[in-house]
Write a protein that binds this ligand. Sequence first.
Ligand SMILES: O=P(O)(O)OC[C@H]1O[C@H](O[C@H]2O[C@H](CO)[C@@H](O)[C@H](O)[C@H]2O)[C@H](O)[C@@H](O)[C@@H]1O
Ligand SMILES: O=c1ccn([C@@H]2O[C@H](COP(=O)(O)OP(=O)(O)O)[C@@H](O)[C@H]2O)c(=O)[nH]1
Length: 953
Amino acid sequence: MMKVNSSEEIGILPKNLVELQTTRMPGNKYNYNSGTPTTRLERLLRERELRKLNRSFQPNDEVRDGNGNREVDIFNELGLNEGDNWAREEELLERVAALRGLSDGCERQDGRPFKQRLLVVANRLPVSAVRRSEDSWALELSVGGLVTALLGVNEFEARWIGWAGVNVPDEIGQRTLTKALAEKRCIPVFLDEEIVHQYYNGYCNNILWPLFHYLALPQEDRLATTRSFQSQFDAYKKANQMFADVVNEHYEEGDVVWCHDYHLMFLPKCLKEYNNKMKVGWFLHTPFPSSEIHRTLPSRSELLRSVLAADLVGFHTYDYARHFVSACTRILGLEGTPEGVEDQGKLTRVAAFPIGIDSDRFIRALELPQVQDHIKELKERFAGRKVMLGVDRLDMIKGIPQKILAFEKFLEENPDWRDKVVLLQIAVPTRTDVPEYQKLTCQVHEIVGRINGRFGTLTAVPIHHLDRSLDFHALCALYAVTDVALVTSLRDGMNLVSYEFVACQASKKGVLILSEFAGAAQSLGAGAILVNPWNVTEVAASIGYALNMPADEREKRHNHNFMHVTTHTSQEWAETFVSELNDTIVEAQLRTRQIPPLLPVKVAIERYFQSNNRLLILGFNTTLTEPVDAPGRRGDQFKEMELKLHPDLKEPLKKLCDDPKTTIVVLSGSDRSVLDENFADYNMWLAAEHGMFLRLTKGDWMTTMPENLHMDWVDSVKHVFEYFTERTPRSHFELRETSLVWNYKYADVEFGRLQARDMLQHLWTGPISNASVDVVQGGRSVEVRAVGVTKGAAIDRILGEIVHNKGMKAPIDYVLCIGHFLAKDEDIYTFFEPELPSEPVAATRSRIASPVNTSALKPSVGKSGSKAPRSKPHRPSLTSEKKLNNHGNGTNWEPTPRDKMSLHEGSSVLDLRGDNYFSCAVGRKRSNARYLLGSSADVVTLLKELAGFPSAT
Ligand SMILES: O=P(O)(O)OC[C@H]1O[C@H](O[C@H]2O[C@H](CO)[C@@H](O)[C@H](O)[C@H]2O)[C@H](O)[C@@H](O)[C@@H]1O
Ligand SMILES: O=c1ccn([C@@H]2O[C@H](COP(=O)(O)OP(=O)(O)O)[C@@H](O)[C@H]2O)c(=O)[nH]1
């Protein structure tokens, strides 16, 4: 069998595997004949199709236990016999594994096909333990949507790591419970009482849970929480580390580690710190609130950063994902992209994966005799009455009091219905150690008692309220006899009860009233009656509407939802998540290949000292500037806007400038006054406005602008920029000679981005769409420049002037070009690139033969802000005969042949060996430069060493 050794092979399927696909799977609609999928979407679509095929090979006669669960154990494997289907199954799994690029081996020792190992890490295990004696344990199925959903997942070789819901302080207890759980493929994390109290009851359920559900605590409780916050957060981190320790102990290379829920937001970071290669996904089962809510959390940043350590972060709905990305951009200042969140080139993928249920399990259960008996009993018991049902954990997010009050209002307003309808409310006790939950229980009891007292008779009450859970069969029967299900969550991540109800309604086709604040509203909203649970009048009216709904409308609504519930299953959910996680790793590897390596500082320094005529081209902003978080500057927009030379650079720069073997050019987008202010005292070349103005600090400014540079668009663009500046608080724009820049770095990120999009749209399609301009989009800026204004286009003129001015005798044999340049300006890196193979650049490099034109560039007029004359520079210089670009209408700089550029007696200006050229992008993630440097601090270190200053370390 083919062994896939590394995930890198995903892009290059082993040949015989491709053949296998092409010959044996001809009918596949994603066209396996077409070769290797190249994009993420192609890969995911392919794998989805393969999964479907794979599933269609599973036999229908699975063995089920009395609960309708697949037999063997709750995480059973496919349950296939080594029968006829086996070989085909094996092939398919093999292909799935290969397409996933599984890290190591798709063949197991026993020769059976590979199933990816999945470590599911959740606070709660699917079974809770009850101690019978010193060494014996009863295991009960835990209640909650997370458990229900993950029970339906069977494509993986899964192990579940979590807390068994019980304190086990003794060694015998821990050993025996571990053994009992192992049979269910569960691995316990033992949390002592104090940790449970602080971490689970405290931080998780009293802080994060209400916050994520937009529920404010009463003021006095809020203050108590504020006081205990730090100790609870410490316990939370400690508990997460305990989960991580257990994962690390059981992890095998190639495993997927899937962390669940708000209890374990710290886990991805702990895991990645231990092993950066681990494939880590994190899924949140609750809503993720608006960033404005998350901002109030004292540990807001730490939590976000820890989650971002995961490779893939999933939510039930797009809204939650959007909120998360927005929290990361607003609170952490990171880049939100359609793919996720980027931090220093590392992408954490963020996406929505709506959960589902194992609908088949419910549908089958309805056929079981014991369920049928239950149904019969219930029908008899409530004969003559319509049954309304609520099934919830007794949690404030479920809106149980609101639901009951709405029901009361309905009875109040509809006396005819009082003896014709009953509300069955199953309220499963949960988190009973948390005071808020205890208060809620009392509150609900009080309301139910009052309403039953008010509308009950000697023989019947309108509300049957149960403070306990039901077993699976009883629950299915109840769903099946229900006429109207009432889900009134004030907020709910998804709400699987609504799915389960729909799955059990094939014959009755009852009505679902569903809160618009449950995640399920996005998937079942079309078939349900959506309500705002806070509006009891609306809910009461909806109850009336549902009870009176004609059969054909009920049927249509039901069919719509039934289709969704039976196709969007928990299995599909888990497979999609894991598949996407696998693919995220592949994508990350592909991205990593596009990221240049860090500058080999030692080598760059060594070569510098070995060279005789060095050229250093340095950008200014973010390259030589003081960091914005320097004391006194951070958060101060006014100070941040002033570009200042990094104070640690002053001395080294001076020394470098005074070295006769070194020529330094500061090449910046800034205007002349900014460069004058910062560099007037150094012996160097200043190239302002992307090189359109040039000056040796001892001399005057000259312009290198191409002749006939049309600037007639400036006023129109200025109007547009003024308009957007007025409407975007904390944005500003700069009017330069050859460009205008609108900057929204300090504005609200999202609003700024929206405004920028609007502005770009206008610039591209509006009145200046035909002007000779380039519209350049920066990270937080929009720049409009005359065509041909780029650093790469200017550098040949600059170089020509330098060579002439210096009367250079020896060719330049070392170039270091460092900057935080926009993509548009990265042409400067290629200009010097000695290793580009093709024309015309290759022809322009070192074979420079003819004499250089020695006439001077035209001096420019006045200071920054005044319009300089647009003249063709008098010094033709280094570039090839071709025009630099073909936009516009003849305003481009038309260079003379670069191979006419030379030193005296025809020798080359540049004698640059490949290993003496260092192009380097600062603070960028991807670049055409050869190398990267993180920040201006790294530039400081480098320049200090070049200047012979002792390095800090
Ligand atoms: O474990 P507990 O503290 O007793 O709580 C039970 C579970 O409650 C939450 O469930 C959520 O997950 C469901 C499935 O994704 C979703 O439908 C529902 O809206 C959520 O509330 C909690 O997130 C789980 O971790 C708990 O296990
Ligand atoms: O007596 C009960 C009541 C509820 N549930 C299950 O608890 C889960 C509740 O999940 P949901 O997503 O609706 O909300 P959660 O409780 O997770 O917030 C559902 O799968 C129910 O079948 C149960 O097993 N027994």
